[in-house]
Structure formats: C-alpha cells, structure tokens
Design a binder for this molecule. Structure first.
Ligand SMILES: [Cu+2]
Length: 126
C-alpha cells in the first residue's frame, strides 16, 4: 500500500514538472533582455540572403557600403542571421546605422507579430 502511494505521488509530480517546463520556456522567451546574433543588413539584401547582387549593381566595395546605399535607396536596417536565414526588423534605425554591415549582438525583446526586435543595445560581435 505504502509503495503504491509513493509511486503514484512520483507519477503525479513527474507530470506536473513536464507540464510546467514548456510554460517556463515560453515565459522566458517573452521576457526582455534576449540576445540576437547576426549582421546588420539592409532589408533588400536580407531578402536575398546576400549583398552580392546589390554590390555589383551599386558598385559598393563592402557590406557596410552596400547596406548604407540600400538604406538610402529606401530599405531598412534589419538583423540578418545567416545561419538560420532569419531576418528581424529593428525598431531603432539610428543605433543600427552605427554598426551597419557588421556582425553584432543585439539585446532586446522580440515582438513575434511584427517580427521586430525592440532594441535595447547593439554591440559589435567579436
Ligand atoms: Cu545591400
């Protein structure tokens, strides 16, 4: 009798833990202060996943020049992660401009609906 009670208690607590875990993971995702890695790119080149085409067309010598030229032409600064091929919109265009074309680490919160990172800080990645 005693062992059976202990076993059922163990069973119940396992279920509780299993249910609680994805919940806390979700809560963390929604929390502020996430970090995002990638490169500050312009939205036009991010769509293609590379500056290659635009650099030839615009005669830009590097990623920074291409990014700035594309933004002048109406694109927006975005964060592009080449590993996941994901593009994130950035709500702070001025901060993004300072590190355009560079690999960065952005701290902020992510709005899933608008696919926008609310930027708290942008640091150059080493
Ligand atoms: Cu470009």
């Amino acid at each position: 009798m005693k062992i059976r009670k202990l076993l059922s208690l163990l069973f119940v607590s396992t279920i509780v833990v299993a249910l609680a875990m994805p919940l806390s993971a979700q809560a963390q995702e929604a929390a502020k202060g996430q970090t995002f890695a990638g490169e500050i790119m312009d939205s036009a080149c991010a769509k293609m996943g590379s500056h290659k085409m635009m650099m030839e067309k615009e005669g830009a010598k590097d990623a920074k020049e291409c990014t700035d030229k594309c933004v002048q032409g109406g694109s927006k600064y975005v964060l592009y992660n080449s590993a996941t091929k994901k593009t994130y919109q950035l709500d702070d265009q001025n901060k993004s401009k300072e590190l355009s074309g560079q690999k960065v680490k952005i701290t902020g919160s992510y709005d899933r609906k608008t696919k926008t990172i609310h930027v708290e800080s942008i640091d150059a990645a080493s």
